[in-house]
Design a protein around this ligand. Structure first.
Ligand SMILES: *[C@@H]1O[C@H](CO)[C@@H](O)[C@H](O)[C@H]1NC(C)=O
Ligand SMILES: *[C@@H]1O[C@H](CO)[C@@H](O)[C@H](O)[C@H]1NC(C)=O
Length: 216
């Protein structure tokens, strides 16, 4: 009996993980996001289908370069459910990424999405790191027309390795992929993670951590 209960709870737990790992399949043609709704659902509440218009399924402006005048030398222009309400519940989104010469999109992860990226201008070194214990770096230089995939959850980055600007278009397997930029999350959390913890974790002096924390 106890074994059965254990078995059932393990199965229930597995099913719960399966259910949480991917966005649910739509149960209707669409569910255009209604950001004004106070309903709390997984995703956003649906706008009334009667008031849905073509613009709910459209976004304009991805032809325009993003402003890369920042310390990273890159800019992400997302087109996810916040910019394009028709993406709600569909499990897909995209982004344009601009890179100044030698600009980087710093190491980050998307907690809810695999990303497939194509270079449409310039050349990029891209890479991701496998999970523990191997932490293998998988990296490659991409040229115009090349495509690369960053598996869901893994830390990845891009760097423009050309002397001109670079542009990439990314597609992501979530309407709301989320971004965790490693440096910002670790050294720029609000409030700070105690510098004692970070000093031990990174095996550096506390003053190094304090200094890094002022940067983020
Ligand atoms: C780009 O960003 C920089 C820094 O924020 C700003 O000074 C500059 O005016 C921006 N350029 C354009 C064209 O918006
Ligand atoms: C650098 O890029 C990350 C990820 O796009 C962003 O969170 C951060 O604000 C950027 N830093 C600057 C200074 O633009």
């Amino acid at each position: 009996m106890a074994m059965n209960i254990l078995l059932f709870s393990s199965i229930a737990l597995c099913l719960a993980f399966v259910a949480l790992a991917f966005e649910p399949s739509p149960l209707q043609d669409f569910c255009v996001a209604d950001p004004t709704s106070s309903a709390r659902v997984n995703g956003q509440a649906c706008k009334s289908p009667a008031s849905v218009v073509a613009n709910d399924f459209s976004f304009s402006g991805l032809h325009m370069p993003g402003n890369t005048s920042n310390p990273n030398g890159s800019r992400v222009t997302p087109v996810s459910v916040a910019q394009l309400p028709g993406l709600n519940t569909l499990g897909i989104s995209m982004a344009r990424v601009d890179y100044a010469p030698w600009g980087i999109n710093p190491p980050h992860t998307h907690p809810r999405a695999t990303e497939i990226l194509t270079v449409i201008e310039g050349s990029l070194q891209v890479g991701f790191v496998t999970s523990n214990p191997d932490n293998t770096l998988i990296t490659k230089t991409l040229y115009k027309g090349d495509v690369f995939v960053f598996p869901v959850g893994l830390i990845h980055f891009q760097r423009n390795v050309g002397t001109g600007n670079a542009v990439a278009i990314a597609a992501l397997s979530s309407q709301n992929p989320g971004v965790i930029t490693i440096a910002n999350a670790v050294f720029g959390s609000n409030p700070d993670i105690s510098s004692d913890i970070l000093a031990k974790a990174f095996q550096v002096d506390k003053t190094v951590v304090d200094w890094l924390q002022t940067k983020f």
